[in-house]
Design a protein around this ligand. Structure first.
Ligand SMILES: *[C@@H]1O[C@H](CO)[C@@H](O)[C@H](O)[C@H]1NC(C)=O
Ligand SMILES: *[C@@H]1O[C@H](CO)[C@@H](O)[C@H](O)[C@H]1NC(C)=O
Ligand SMILES: *[C@@H]1O[C@H](CO)[C@@H](O)[C@H](O)[C@H]1NC(C)=O
Length: 970
């Protein structure tokens, strides 16, 4: 590549980057909505190019997950733009080739997860520069060995996980990790190590936990003090590892050693090793029968007085007698008997000497019933687990000799028969799990003694009715899980006594209604109520609120009512739930959401309405009006057609809005802008139209710097899936100002250049054409006007109301009566009522052949009159029609007229009539003459060409009184 192209490319890159930084949406990643730009997930994108995946991420990212993609290579300096990364997950890709310095510059990185890839080789400099790395996982790759010095700069590494590889050379591993002075945990399970022999290098003294399970170790083959600092050592599933392998190895400081599924003979091993016998896990060491166990116990007792935990799981033990553990040192914490073949526990009498034991695990055995333990010796165990057995029946007083039990796990069995007094005597019981059994009935006295019970789990049984007083003694119960049963109803006092209940799960039952009668018992305590997936359905919206008194309820689930959904959501259903924080209503076939249905939910933070409703739903304005604290709203797949400010505008705290799978074609930007806190918007699978309707949306999605639009660059146009929404062509929608200016400037310049030329060359021709055109045009115009003219009136009289007397007494009789039958238009008589005054004047002027202005001093001062003059003179000047007749009622000097500029112009050009006032010598004669003149004037053609002024008639009076010139009509 030449220097020039290189430079060009970098400029282009910088420009591209600048462009992208403005947007807050990402190609392949989703920002965690509450992480403030720090957490990103780029999962399952089928992407293979690492730089393409992260190219648009902001430099603020600290947590990045790129799991489940197809990335093969990580080139050098791939993450330079993300210098603040702290946690990076690249698991479940196809990584095989990681370049040296691939993670260079990530000196803030704490955790790097490269598990589940195809890495078979690592470059020695691959982790160079990761000075702060504390966690590294390379699980499930195909590494055969580690290059020397690979961790030379990762001095802070504490946890290194390299399970599930093909590592064979332990010596090489030790050499690589020996400098890691902070390493605490090293996981090498599932590899192909055959021995722990090593050259000069040693494990770091900080290393405490070493997992070597599932290798092919036959010998440890290491020097005596090699494992001296290790606390936890897992050697399980190295089937060929034998007792001799431990000879001479210092295990003094081990806290925990797993030997399961090895060939080690534990008794022999304990006799030869310096290990603290109480720290060995004896699970899976073949201690199958009484004699072996007794032998072990005796040996243990000879070495230690007390033992904290005794692990005897997976030993195929079939029976324990009262003698078996008799010789053991006292067990002070736990006994693990899981994964054996016990059929019976004989009321735990085998624990008779171990009165301080806390916990017993009998999971995964073959127990099929629990017998009555009425008169057996007491056992003081506190936690007892019988999970994963085949228990069918529990007899009365089955735990009667174990009064200290606090936690009892009977779940995942086949218990169909739980005796009424099975739990008798368990007065200290706090947690009881009976879930995943076959219980059909609960009896009134089942829990009679369990007054301390706090958690009762009865999920996934076959209970159909909750009888009265079933739980009446459980005053301390806070969690009751009855989910997944067949409950059709709860008797009126069925939940009585549960005065501390906080969480009630009734999901997956057959309840047909929300019965308010029983919620009164825990109105001040209940915080969670799960009614998901029942048979609740309403036929009328007028149902009241069953939750009215649950003042503390914060979590309510009502989604997925079977089989048809709730259908109707009663208006008052959620009344009183002021503390509710989250509400689920998905999949309910609701046919409407009343605008006031959520009104009381002022504390709601999370609302899920995904697929809540049937078909296309019209969300009513104001439906979310009181949800002032809502931060997350899911309205997916609701058939929403209109996203509008009226509906969503009040959600001032909303941060996350998921709207995918709806049917709106456009989204108004102002509605989105009315959500000030919004930062996460999911509008996938919406048939957005790529038309001018959506240009603002396009611009907003691309350039707003706050709201992330999920996978914006993958959204496509509805009309053509090959066109992406973010860049559909929107040029036609904008008037391109630049183009506009260019063309107009060009035209002006052209005219300026060409017209002088044309003027000189073609002067006469142009002038001639102009006249031809003008005459043609005025002819056309005249014809048009004449056709249009079809005057209703002969004259429109314009006058001031103070002259009304004269008009009515003199003008009207003389023109409309008295032998002459002119039709006059007078405003008080002929104006259309209710019409705008200006419109009236305009139409009066235009539908009259003449306009007679009765000019007096008052007239001149009135605004309307001047408008009338203006209109009439407009016809005079612009249409070449003389429609104006001026009648002066009193002598007005030209000076007085001078302010009425337009009027004066008319006067100078035009003739006018002067009303002979009473001071005339012969008023009657002068007035007769005046009327004649006026009638003539009105009959005259209005073409201006006929103008032909003559001299004033009333010379005597007015020519004498002033030097003004008065003209009369011919
Ligand atoms: C690393 O990835 C694996 C596989 O997906 C996952 O199980 C594990 O939790 C991850 N660990 C960390 C610390 O990210
Ligand atoms: C194991 O690794 C060490 C040190 O890296 C090396 O010297 C030795 O040759 C390797 N052994 C085998 C069998 O590869
Ligand atoms: C596009 O959005 C940006 C930023 O929000 C704004 O400044 C710009 O005026 C918008 N452009 C158009 C054509 O609306």
């Amino acid at each position: 590549m030449s220097r020039l192209t290189h430079q060009f490319l970098s400029v282009a890159l910088i420009l591209g980057a600048a462009q992208l930084i403005r947007s807050y949406s990402f190609n392949n990643c989703i920002a965690d909505s509450y992480s403030k730009g720090k957490g990103f997930k780029c999962i399952n994108r089928k992407a293979n190019n690492i730089s393409a995946i992260i190219s648009d991420l902001p430099p603020s990212v600290t947590n990045l997950t790129i799991s489940l993609n197809l990335v093969r290579d990580i080139p050098i300096n791939s993450f330079v733009s993300l210098q603040n990364l702290q946690n990076l997950r690249l698991d479940h890709n196809h990584l095989s080739n990681i370049s040296q310095l691939a993670f260079n510059t990530l000196d803030q990185l704490h955790s790097l997860n490269l598990s589940f890839n195809n890495i078979s080789q690592l470059h020695p400099l691959v982790f160079q520069g990761l000075y702060n790395l504390t966690f590294l996982s390379l699980t499930n790759n195909t590494l055969k060995q580690l290059p020397e010095g690979i961790f030379s700069s990762n001095l802070n590494l504490t946890t290194l996980i390299m399970g599930q590889n093909l590592l064979m050379n332990f010596s090489g591993i030790v050499a690589s990790v020996s400098n890691l002075t902070n390493l605490k945990t090293l996981d090498l399970c599932f590899n192909s190590l055959t021995s722990l022999s090593h050259s000069n290098a040693l494990l770091p003294t900080s290393l405490k936990v070493l997992y070597l399970c599932k290798n092919q170790l036959t010998t440890l083959g290491c020097e005596r003090s090699f494992l001296v600092y290790i606390n936890v050592l897992d050697l399980s599933y190295n089937s060929r590892l034998s007792t001799v392998a431990f000879q001479g190895v210092n295990l003094k400081h081990l806290n925990y050693l797993r030997l399961r599924s090895t060939s080690v003979k534990v008794v022999e091993f304990l006799n030869t090793s310096d290990i603290d016998a109480g720290r060995v896990d004896f699970s899976g060491t073949g201690l199958r029968n009484d004699s072996l166990l007794t032998e072990l116990c005796k040996l243990l007792k000879s070495k230690v007085k007390k033992i904290k935990d005794l692990h005897l799981g997976s030993n195929s033990i079939m029976n324990l007698t009262n003698k078996t553990l008799y010789y053991c040192p006292e067990i002070t914490r736990s006994l693990d008997l899981s994964h054996n073949q016990l059929r019976n526990t004989n009321c735990l009498t085998f624990l008779n000497r171990h009165t301080h034991i806390k916990s017993l695990n009998v999971e995964h055995n073959h127990l099929n019933s629990l017998q009555s333990c009425d008169d057996q010796t007491k056992v003081y165990v506190k936690e007892l687990s019988y999970r994963y057995n085949r228990i069918l029946s529990v007899s009365g007083a089955a735990f009667y000799n174990m009064p200290n039990i606090k936690t009892l796990l009977l779940n995942i069995n086949s218990i169909a028969f739980l005796n009424r007094s099975a739990l008798k005597g368990l007065r200290r019981l706090e947690q009881l799990r009976l879930d995943n059994n076959l219980l059909t009935d609960l009896f009134i006295d089942n829990f009679e003694d369990n007054v301390k019970l706090q958690t009762l789990n009865l999920r996934n049984n076959r209970i159909s009715v909750i009888f009265n007083s079933t739980f009446h003694r459980l005053r301390n119960l806070t969690i009751l899980d009855l989910g997944g049963n067949k409950i059709t109803h709860i008797n009126p006092s069925g939940l009585d006594g549960l005065i501390s209940l906080s969480k009630l799960y009734l999901d997956g039952n057959n309840l047909q209604q929300v019965d308010s009668s029983f919620y009164h018992v825990f109105q001040d305590t209940l915080t969670v109520l799960d009614l998901q997936s029942n048979l609740i359905r309403f036929v009328t919206e007028a149902t009241g609120s069953p939750f009215k008194n649950l003042s503390k309820l914060s979590d309510l689930k009502l989604d997925r009512q079977r089989p048809y959904g709730m259908t109707i959501l009663p208006r008052a259903f959620f009344r009183g739930l002021h503390s509710l924080r989250s509400l689920y209503l998905t999949n309910n076939n609701l046919n409407d959401l009343y605008p006031d249905v959520f009104d009381d939910l002022t504390g709601l933070r999370f609302l899920n309405l995904d697929s809540c409703c049937v078909g296309v739903i019209k969300l009513r304005p104001g439906v979310f009006r009181n949800l002032r604290n809502l931060t997350d709203l899911i309205v997916e797949n609701m058939g929403i057609q209109n996203f509008s400010k009226e509906v969503f505008g009040n959600l001032t705290q909303l941060r996350r809005l998921q709207m995918n799978r709806n049917v709106m074609q456009s989204i108004p930007v102002d509605a989105l802008q009315s959500l000030p806190k919004l930062n996460y918007l999911d509008i996938r699978n919406i048939p957005l139209s790529c038309t001018c309707k959506n240009i603002l949306l396009q611009n907003w999605t691309r350039y707003n710097s706050k709201v992330q639009v999920v996978y914006l660059y993958n959204l496509h146009c509805q009309s053509d899936p090959s066109i992406k929404f973010y860049n559909f062509d929107s040029k036609v929608c904008y008037i391109d100002l630049g183009e506009y200016l260019f063309f107009s400037t060009a035209a002006v310049i052209f005219l300026f250049t060409v017209s002088p030329l044309l003027y000189v060359k073609l002067y006469w021709k142009i002038k001639y054409s102009y006249y031809v055109f003008r005459s043609w045009f005025s002819e056309q115009w005249r014809r048009l006007r004449e056709e249009e003219e079809n005057c209703k009136y002969d004259a429109f009289i314009s006058y001031n109301s103070s002259d009304e007397q004269w008009v009515m007494d003199q003008l009207v009789p003389n023109l409309e009566g008295n032998g002459s039958s002119f039709k006059l238009c007078l405003h008080h008589r002929d104006f259309e009522l209710g019409r705008d005054i200006v419109d009236n004047i305009v139409s009066a002027v235009y539908s009259s052949r003449k306009t007679i202005c009765v000019v007096s001093r008052n007239f001149l001062q009135s605004e309307w009159c001047s408008l009338e003059i203006q209109l009439a003179s407009y016809r005079l000047f612009d249409e070449h029609r003389d429609v104006l007749l001026l009648v002066f009622l009193e002598p007005i000097s030209e000076r007085q007229l001078s302010t009425y500029h337009r009027m004066r112009k008319v006067m100078l050009k035009k003739t006018y009539l002067q009303w002979p006032g009473s001071d005339c010598t012969d008023p009657m004669q002068a007035q007769d003459l005046f009327w004649n003149q006026l009638r003539r004037g009105m009959r005259m053609e209005s073409r201006l060409e006929t103008e032909d002024g003559t001299k004033c008639v009333d010379k005597t009076e007015h020519l004498e009184t002033s030097d003004e010139k008065y003209y009369l009509l011919p």
